[in-house]
Design a protein around this ligand. Structure first.
Ligand code: URP
Ligand code: ZN
Ligand code: ZN
Ligand code: ZN
Length: 510
């Protein structure tokens, strides 16, 4: 038990931990089907010192190379989770998974990179950034940061510039919900959009109408509905649809691309579909919980059972998940996140008398790859290449780190998984790697299992054994001006010239 993850006192259930120091840095993956978002083929993959050196048939190597037989299996880019909250202070407590346990869970589930949300400290971006650098000090896998914007003044505006130009952050999240804590006004949203646009950064929104949610919560409490079902009833899909529509229209008004996080309802999805159809650059991110769960669990008479499903926006009535799956399969929605934000039963019990005090969030970092495979690929809704696109490649493209990440190409980072389509997965809090005592996917089984995870060129998951090495993960700087910015300047110029004639007329008549 010398693995430092174990030293940190994390229970690992069935799996064991060993030290990774003997891991080879030269690995040959033989005979698998190599899958990229654009193409799949049977080929060998040769890795040296953390980088993919060759992808071709029949690679021959000398001694000192670890050989993995992947015949009959898929060799794919490691998952990239665009949306996690590790070690986040939220709703009077802190998520139970920090960068150790959260990343352990990720690696065991085939995810080799995640992008976490830096929360500013008293509105200070630089203080928030420093705090998160500390939280991630012993990272065992690569990670990047988004940053939340919770207030507005000259300092925030200036710090956004520093974050983009010096610190490697290219996306900022604006919360339209959580009144009294993270929520911001439309005025701030507009300032934020303008600033993001000038920096080439991607604005992200948590789209729920926070004022209306507040009203809905009062209504439930007045009716005597204090249990977890009150959470869903107080913030119905219409409030998500309204905020999604508002954010999209304001992004269109400023002419900036927009990323909508955790799309949970048909209402929000249809706003995104409509905007995309009209040519607006809007990205929609469904999360695993929204795709595969439904809200009936919130009515469970046992508080603990129901409370573990409380997240925002809420998990919706049956039907929404299926519609989100269809939207993902047809390209209306682009990539799948988790919003991994885990609280244990003791923390969830903070809201035993009042659903408004239940810390919001569910797990998913370890389960995402398996559940997307099972729900989307095994069911025939998407192809294996599309699986790679929605779990890895599009995230890398959107956050501007492709093809270093999100691809199995010569020169890409050696973040690779081997998935056996004939093996099966089984989810349980008894064997998962999260520190939580519960799992919202408890008991789920399905076809397809991540048998090997290679992160940064080292085998970190094999034979159900985790060999994660704290300190081996790197911070990945994400540059601004991703592909969504192509053509933005031209559109602005066209808009201005379209105004010229009427402006001149109004000058003449003045
Ligand atoms: O319930 C949730 N989603 N918790 C995490 C914070 C957020 O809104 O993403
Ligand atoms: Zn151990
Ligand atoms: Zn959110
Ligand atoms: Zn979130």
């Amino acid at each position: 038990e010398s693995n430092q993850f174990c030293d940190a006192g994390i229970g690992y259930g069935e799996s064991t931990c060993t030290v990774a120091s003997t891991s080879p840095s030269k690995i040959l993956i033989k005979g698998g089907t190599v899958v990229n978002a654009h193409y799949q083929e049977v080929a060998d993959v040769y890795i040296e010192d953390g980088v993919i050196v060759a992808v071709q048939k029949n690679i021959v190597v000398g001694d000192g190379v670890k050989i993995i037989d992947a015949t009959g299996k898929y060799v794919m880019p490691g998952g990239i989770d665009p949306h996690t909250h590790l070690a986040m202070e939220f709703m009077g407590t802190e998520t139970i998974d920090d960068f150790f346990s959260g990343q352990a869970a990720a690696l065991a589930g085939g995810t080799t990179m995640h992008i976490d949300f830096v929360i500013p400290v008293k509105g200070s971006l630089s203080a928030g950034f420093e705090a998160y650098v500390k939280k991630a000090e012993r990272a065992a896998m690569d990670y990047g940061f988004h940053m939340a914007i919770t207030k507005w003044d000259e300092t925030v505006s200036r710090e956004m510039e520093i974050m983009v130009k010096e610190k490697g952050i290219n996306s900022f999240k604006f919360f339209l919900a959580y009144k009294g804590s993270l929520m911001i006004s439309d005025e701030l949203l507009l300032e934020g959009f303008k600033k993001c646009k000038s920096l080439g950064a991607l604005p992200m929104v948590h789209a729920e109408n926070g004022d209306a949610v507040f009203e809905g919560q009062k209504r439930m409490i007045e009716l005597g509905v204090t249990g977890p079902e009150g959470h869903a009833l107080s913030r119905p899909p219409a409030l998500e649809g309204e905020a999604t529509s508002r954010a999209i229209r304001l992004a269109g008004f400023v002419n900036t691309p927009l990323y909508v996080v955790h799309v949970m309802s048909i209402d929000a999805m249809e706003e995104i579909a409509k905007a995309r159809k009209s040519g607006q650059k809007v990205i929609g991110e469904p999360v695993v919980s929204g795709l595969v769960l439904n809200d009936t669990v919130l009515w469970d008479p046992d508080f603990q059972t129901a409370a573990k499903f409380v997240m925002s926006p809420p998990i919706r009535a049956p039907g929404h998940g299926k519609a989100l799956q269809a939207a993902l399969s047809t390209g209306v929605l682009q990539l799948v996140g988790t919003d991994h934000c885990t609280f244990n039963s003791t923390q969830k019990a903070l809201g035993i008398d009042d659903f408004r005090k239940i810390p919001n969030g569910v797990n998913g970092l370890e389960e995402r790859m398996h559940l997307v495979w099972d729900t989307m690929v095994v069911s025939g809704q998407i192809s294996v290449t599309d699986f790679v696109r929605v779990t890895s490649t599009d995230c890398a493209r959107i956050f501007n780190i492709y093809p270093r990440k999100g691809a199995i190409l010569v020169g890409s980072d050696a973040d690779i998984i081997i998935l056996n389509p004939n093996s099966s997965f089984h989810i349980s809090s008894n064997s998962h790697h999260s520190r939580s005592d519960t799992n919202v996917y408890e008991g789920r089984k399905g076809k397809g299992k991540v048998e090997v995870t290679i992160a940064g060129g080292e085998i970190v998951w094999e034979n159900d054994e985790l060999k994660a090495v704290p300190g081996s993960g790197k911070y990945i700087k994400m540059p601004p001006f991703n592909y969504l910015y192509d053509g933005i300047e031209k559109a602005d110029a066209d808009y201005l010239s379209s105004l010229q004639a009427p402006v001149i007329r109004s000058v003449r008549t003045a």
